[in-house]
Design a protein around this ligand. Structure first.
Ligand code: NOJ
Length: 662
C-alpha cells in the first residue's frame, strides 16, 4: 500500500494493488470518506483495469502561488503532494500511470497511457473509476442524458438513491462535511457523468460518441483529472481553487485584450416576445435599436452590447436546424459596419453572437472567417450558442447524434476557444460543455451557461426558477466556474409581454446576484427602459465590478441562503451579495473581512420591511452608514429576497458623519 498525505495532513490517499486491481481510498483526519474504490480504463485493445501489478512510483511536492488573469481572487496557491504510480498489466505488458495530487481541500487524479509498442491509436470504451462513499449524504444533482442538456432545476435526494448524474455533484453528510465530485481540464476526452452502481458507490460514466465508443486517442493519452473537493461546510467548496490548480498555466502570451466587464443586449426583448430574432416588423437587431443600446451603455458606463439576431439564418426552425446560419452575413436591416463604427465612437464594445443551432459542421466551416470579421471590426467578445436537443448535435458525418458533452463536442468547444484567441476574442458559451477550469489555460474562455439561467423566467411553462434556485447554484453549477446567468431583471412581472410568467425574486435579490453568481462578463439583462425607471437601483449594477482580488463566504446553507463578499481587483472596496430561498431570514454578518485599521461607508440596498418575492417584490430601502471590521451587520432578507452592499473606505468627510447616519 502507498500513502500520500496532503500538505497539512488533513487528507490521506491510500493506493493499493491487490488481486490485479488498483484501488484508492480517501480519509479526512484519519476517517475514511471514500472507501477503497476501483481505478482503471478499458480499451477496445484490452483492459487496463485488471491483471495489474505495481511497477514503481514517484513522489513530488509543490507549493507555488500563481496570478490569475481575472477571477474570484488575484492569486491562487497551489500546494499539494503528488504520487504517481506506474501499473503494468502482467499478461499484455501494457502500462498505465495514475497520478494523484492531494491538496488540503481535496484530491485530483488522472490516468496516463504512455506511448508504448502496440498501443498507438486507441479507443477507451469504459472507465472503471469508482467513488465509494463511506456514508450516505444529501446530494444536489441534475440528471445526465436529458434533452435539455444541463438546463434543469437541481434536485436534492439521498446519494443512495441517485441514478446517472452530471458533475459537479454536491454532497453533504449528516455531520456537515461537504464534497463536490467533478473533473478538471477536460480538453480532449468525453465528459464524465456519474452512475450509482450500488449503495453509496458511484462510477465514472463517459458520455459516448454516436458510434458508441467513449474516447478516441493516440498515445500518450492523459485523461482529465477526477476531482473530489472536501470542506467542513458548503462555503469551503466555493473558496476552493482545486479545479483551477489542476489546469495547465495560461498559454496566451498577451492577455492585455482580455477584459472582464458588464454588458447589455438586444436579448431579453426576444425572450419576452417583444421582438424577434428573425426578420419581420419586430426584428430586434436593427441598426437603430443597436445604436440605442450602444448609447445607453455609453451613458451608464457599461462595457458592451450584445446583439442577437444580427445575421442570416434565423428565419427557419433554427432550434432544430442550424444549417442556414451565416456568421459573416448581416441581416439587411442591420448595418454591421455602421454599428461597429458607432460602438468605437462611443467607446463601447460590440459583442458578437454565433448561434449555431448545434450544426457544428456548418459553424466550423465558417469559424475562421467569422472571428477574422470580429477582429477587423473591433469585436472582442462573442457569445456562442448550441441550441438543439441532446443528443442531436450535427456530428462529423453530417448526421445528428452527438451529445453536447461527448468528446466530439469537447474538442469542438476547445477549437473555438483557440480560434477565438488567435483573433483576440473572448467567449461566452451558451449550451456549453460544463466548465472544468480551462479558463486558466485559455483566459479568453470567460463565461458560459450550462444551467437554468434567468431566461427560464421569461418563458418556462413550469413557472420559472423557484426562489431557492439561486441559493443552490453557487454550491453546484457555480463550483465548475463562471456562469452567465444574466441577472438584473428590474421589471419582474412583465405583465404586458408575458402575464403568465414572472421572475420569482425581489428586485434587491436581482442586485445581490451580481456578487453571488460569479461571472467575469456579467449581463445587465433587462431592457434599457426598465433601468432608466429605477436609477437608484441601477446604480448598483453600474458600479459593481466583475473581477475580484478576494472572495469570502460569510453564510452558506445549500438551498436555503448564501452570502458572498468580494474585494474588487486592485482596490479596497468590498461588495456583498446575500440571497435567500422562499423563506425570509435575519443573518448576522461580522465584517471581520474588512481591513482592521479603517472605517468604511456601507451603502446598503435591502428588501423593504414589507417586501416579499410574491406579493411586494419591488419594496426596497437604500441606506448608508459607517462601519468597521468590528461591526456586525444584521441582514434582513425578505422571502425570496436578498441584500446588496458596497463597502468603501471612508474619506475624511464620511468619518465626521454620525454613526449609522444616512
Ligand atoms: C439560448 C441561449 O441561452 C440564449 O441566451 C439565446 O438568446 C438563445 N439561445 C438564442 O441564441
Amino acid at each position: 500500500m502507498l500513502l500520500v498525505s496532503s500538505p497539512d495532513g488533513t487528507l490521506d490517499v491510500r493506493l493499493s494493488v491487490e488481486s490485479g486491481e488498483a484501488r484508492y481510498a480517501v480519509a479526512r483526519f484519519g476517517r475514511d470518506v471514500i472507501a477503497p474504490s476501483r481505478l482503471g480504463l478499458v480499451l477496445r485493445e484490452g483492459s487496463l483495469a485488471s491483471g495489474l501489478v505495481l511497477d514503481g512510483h514517484e513522489r513530488r511536492s509543490a507549493d507555488e502561488t500563481w496570478t490569475t488573469v481575472w477571477g474570484e481572487s488575484d492569486t491562487v496557491r497551489d500546494r499539494h503532494e503528488e504520487l504517481a504510480v506506474a501499473l503494468r498489466q502482467e499478461a499484455s505488458g501494457r502500462l498505465l500511470r495514475v497520478v494523484f495530487r492531494v491538496f488540503d481541500d481535496g484530491v485530483g487524479f488522472r490516468y496516463e497511457i504512455p506511448e508504448q509498442g502496440g498501443l498507438t491509436d486507441l479507443e477507451i470504451t469504459d472507465e472503471r473509476t469508482q467513488f465509494a462513499f463511506v456514508e450516505d449524504a444529501a446530494a444536489w444533482w441534475i440528471g445526465a442524458y436529458q434533452k435539455n442538456r444541463y438546463e434543469y432545476l437541481y434536485r436534492r435526494s439521498p446519494l443512495s438513491e441517485l441514478g446517472v448524474v452530471h458533475t459537479p455533484l454536491t454532497l453533504e453528510t449528516e455531520d456537515g462535511l461537504c464534497l463536490s465530485v467533478h473533473e478538471a481540464a477536460l480538453t480532449d476526452f468525453a465528459a464524465m457523468t456519474l452512475v450509482r452502481t450500488e449503495g453509496t458507490t458511484l462510477k465514472a460514466d463517459l458520455v459516448p460518441w454516436a458510434a458508441g465508443t467513449k474516447v478516441k486517442a493516440r498515445a500518450p493519452v492523459t485523461s482529465p483529472w477526477r476531482t473530489v473537493q472536501v470542506a467542513d461546510g458548503p462555503g469551503g467548496l466555493i473558496t476552493s481553487r482545486l479545479i483551477l490548480n489542476l489546469n495547465e498555466p495560461c498559454r496566451l502570451e498577451d492577455t492585455s485584450w482580455i477584459r472582464p466587464g458588464k454588458y447589455v443586449g438586444i436579448w431579453w426583448e426576444m425572450h419576452l416576445g417583444k421582438s424577434t430574432w428573425g426578420s419581420g416588423e419586430r426584428h430586434g437587431a436593427t441598426t437603430a435599436n443597436a445604436l440605442r443600446y450602444l448609447d445607453f451603455a455609453a451613458r451608464h458606463g457599461l462595457d458592451g452590447v450584445l446583439v442577437e439576431g444580427w445575421n442570416l439564418g434565423w428565419d427557419g426552425d433554427w432550434y432544430r436546424d442550424g444549417s442556414g446560419f451565416d456568421f459573416t452575413a448581416p441581416h439587411p436591416d442591420f448595418d454591421l459596419e455602421e454599428v461597429a463604427r458607432h460602438a468605437r465612437d462611443v467607446g463601447v464594445s460590440l459583442i458578437g453572437h454565433h448561434e449555431t443551432g448545434a450544426d457544428v459542421a456548418n459553424y466550423e466551416r465558417q469559424m475562421e472567417d467569422a472571428f477574422a470579421l470580429c477582429e477587423r471590426l473591433g469585436i472582442h467578445a462573442v457569445k456562442t450558442g448550441y441550441v438543439g436537443n441532446d443528443p442531436e448535435v450535427v456530428g462529423p458525418d453530417g448526421g445528428p447524434g452527438e451529445w453536447h458533452h461527448g468528446q466530439f463536442m469537447v474538442r469542438h468547444y476547445r477549437r473555438v476557444v483557440e480560434e477565438a484567441a488567435r483573433h483576440r476574442v473572448m467567449l461566452d458559451v451558451h449550451e456549453p460543455v460544463k466548465d472544468t477550469g480551462i479558463r486558466r489555460t485559455w483566459p479568453n474562455m470567460m463565461t458560459r451557461e450550462g444551467a437554468r439561467g434567468q431566461e427560464y423566467n421569461a418563458w418556462s411553462p413550469d413557472g420559472g426558477n423557484p426562489p431557492e434556485h439561486e441559493t443552490i447554484l453557487p454550491f453546484t453549477r457555480g463550483l465548475a466556474g463562471p456562469f452567465d446567468f444574466t441577472p438584473g431583471i428590474f421589471d419582474l412581472l412583465f405583465e404586458e409581454q408575458r402575464p403568465e410568467n414572472r421572475v420569482n425574486t425581489t428586485i434587491v435579490k436581482q442586485l445581490a446576484l451580481y456578487v453571488v453568481l460569479y461571472s467575469p462578463l456579467q449581463m445587465a439583462a433587462d431592457l434599457p427602459e426598465s433601468y432608466e425607471a429605477r436609477p437608484e437601483l441601477f446604480r448598483f449594477v453600474e458600479d459593481v465590478p466583475t473581477d475580484w482580488s478576494e472572495t469570502v463566504v460569510p453564510h452558506a446553507r445549500i438551498g436555503d441562503y448564501v452570502t458572498i463578499a468580494r474585494r474588487v481587483r486592485g482596490g479596497d472596496d468590498w461588495w456583498v451579495g446575500s440571497v435567500t430561498d422562499e423563506n425570509g431570514r435575519v443573518l448576522e454578518m461580522p465584517l471581520g473581512f474588512l481591513d482592521g485599521g479603517r472605517r468604511y461607508v456601507a451603502r446598503i440596498w435591502r428588501d423593504g420591511p414589507d417586501a416579499d418575492w410574491n406579493e411586494r417584490p419591488y419594496d426596497h430601502e437604500i441606506e448608508e452608514r459607517l462601519v468597521d471590521a468590528g461591526t456586525v451587520l444584521t441582514l434582513r432578507l425578505a422571502p425570496g429576497g436578498g441584500q446588496a452592499i458596497r463597502l468603501t473606505p471612508a474619506g475624511a468627510d464620511d468619518v465626521r458623519r454620525p454613526e449609522g447616519g444616512r
